[in-house]
Write a protein that binds this ligand. Structure first.
Ligand code: GDP
Ligand code: MG
Length: 439
């Protein structure tokens, strides 16, 4: 999605003056990009008309950087589509807080239950209990037990012979007795919405009165996600949504649609199969990500877990600055390696996520080692000023690092391209700030 949007909006960027036709053309492409990304048709229509109104109504066309101004409006409207502010879990004044996870089979309820318990234990010092109410799916209970034991979080179950309502009630009793202030109920799903499932969930809701019913939705299901969200919300009245599998090859449409259609906030997003791959949902960051401006803040937050704060701040400055050198680059490689799969990180860096030049580069550890060796074979002077690298210096570096001159050249080229893109991003950001003041 973001590549399409960038293309559509990219055409506006350089323009000194916009005609109404420019705006219309861009909006038509934005519309197609959104529809192609599986955003709900009605949502797209409303969105486009809002953006158009703001573009045409205001003095965008006279502003100094009209293109940036339009991008800013698109960004703002995308953000508001997804909820403006971050939504949190609301905890019961009298513990335990009871959270019930619902959703289709395979959406990620069981995994997310574990992730959420782990997250709230770590960040809010909760003492969670996981309750296994999926009595249908073979090995569902075992799966939850495995998740719980990995996180060192207790799991309550009564096998698969009792009914879910009784299990949930007994689970809560158990939590009260053991001093767990948070109960997360993992429920069963079906492959499709059916009445039996809904009735069972309604029974649990009526008897247990959860403080939060969170709907778990697979972001990769695209348009279907909207139907699922509507159905569950009508039947149960959900309090919030957790979108899973946003790490996958999603076109982002689900995130845009579900909130707009249900008016229920997206509270968390699942970003991978590992149990710490859960993040609070930030609408503004998601909008930037969709627009392809990267997600510096999420990257920083992740960095903070792995790196110390000072280092993270430095990293932010460097990533944002166009003045970084090979010296910085090398310094970062070590830190970056701690952060996780490189491909994922690249996607979060402004301007890099969609860079065609980087598409073919294999960001694996072997590549990293090579890059590291090459930089290490440079003198300090060379690292700070790669322009002095002539043929003989390059040969020396290649020999020193056990690589070929072509490898050195490729790294230099990538480095220059990266710098250029970062500069573009920095300029764009400046332009947006300026555009904002011109209103
Ligand atoms: P449930 O049937 O709703 O309980 O779904 P599960 O929790 O069993 O998850 C189904 C599959 O989706 C499992 O293989 C999970 O590892 C996977 N999964 C869940 N959340 C995510 C996520 O955020 N990203 C990725 N890549 N996979 C996920
Ligand atoms: Mg499950």
């Amino acid at each position: 999605l973001s590549e399409k949007l960038q293309n559509a909006l990219g055409k506006l960027k350089g323009k000194g003056k916009l005609s109404e036709k420019d705006v219309n053309d861009a909006m038509r492409e934005v519309k197609l990009a959104l529809l192609e990304a599986d955003v709900n048709f009605k949502v797209v229509k409303d969105f486009i008309s809002k953006v158009k109104d703001r573009c045409v109504g205001q003095d965008v066309m006279e502003s100094l950087t009209p293109g940036q101004h339009v991008i800013k409006i698109v960004n703002e409207e995308l953000t508001s589509l997804m909820g403006t502010v971050q939504s949190r879990i609301s905890f019961a004044s009298k513990p335990p807080t009871i959270i019930m996870l619902v959703g289709l089979q395979g959406a990620g309820k069981t995994t997310t239950g574990g992730k959420l318990a782990g997250y709230l234990k770590k960040h809010q010092s909760k003492r969670p209990l996981l309750v296994a109410c999926d009595i249908y799916r073979p090995a569902a209970i075992k799966q939850l037990q495995v998740v719980g034991s990995k996180l060192d979080i207790p799991v309550f179950d009564m096998g698969d012979k009792q009914n879910p309502v009784d299990i949930a009630k007994a689970g809560i009793e158990h939590a009260i007795k053991k001093g767990n202030d948070l109960v997360i109920i993992d429920t069963a799903g079906r492959l499709h919405i059916d009445e039996d499932l809904m009735n069972e969930l309604k029974d649990v809701k009526r008897e247990v009165k959860p403080h939060e019913i969170l709907l778990v939705i697979d972001a990769m299901t695209g348009q279907d996600a909207v139907n699922v969200a509507e159905n569950f919300n009508e039947a149960l009245g959900v309090d919030g949504i957790i979108l899973t599998k946003l790490d996958g090859d999603t076109r982002g449409g689900a995130a845009l649609s579900v909130r707009a259609v249900t008016h229920k906030p997206i509270k968390f997003i699942g970003m991978g199969e590992k149990l710490d791959d859960l993040e609070p949902f930030h609408p503004d960051r998601m909008a930037s990500r969709i627009l392809g401006m990267g997600d510096v803040l999420s990257l920083i937050e992740r960095a903070q877990d792995a790196i110390d704060l000072k280092k993270a701040k430095e990293m932010e400055d460097r990533i944002k600055s166009q003045h970084f050198t090979f010296e910085d680059f090398l310094d970062q490689l070590e830190q970056v390696k701690k952060l996780g799969p490189l491909n994922e990180l690249i996607g979060m860096i402004p301007g890099l996520g969609n860079a065609k030049e980087l598409k073919d580069v294999d960001f694996n550890d072997k590549e990293l080692v090579k890059i590291q060796a090459i930089i290490q074979s440079m003198t300090r002077k060379e690292r700070n000023n790669p322009a002095i690298l002539n043929a003989s210096r390059k040969r020396r570096i290649a020999n020193g690092s056990g690589t070929k001159v072509q490898d050195v050249n490729r790294l230099l080229k990538q480095f220059e391209q990266t710098k250029k893109m970062m500069k573009q991003f920095a300029d764009m950001e400046k332009g947006m700030k300026k555009g904002g003041k011109l209103k």
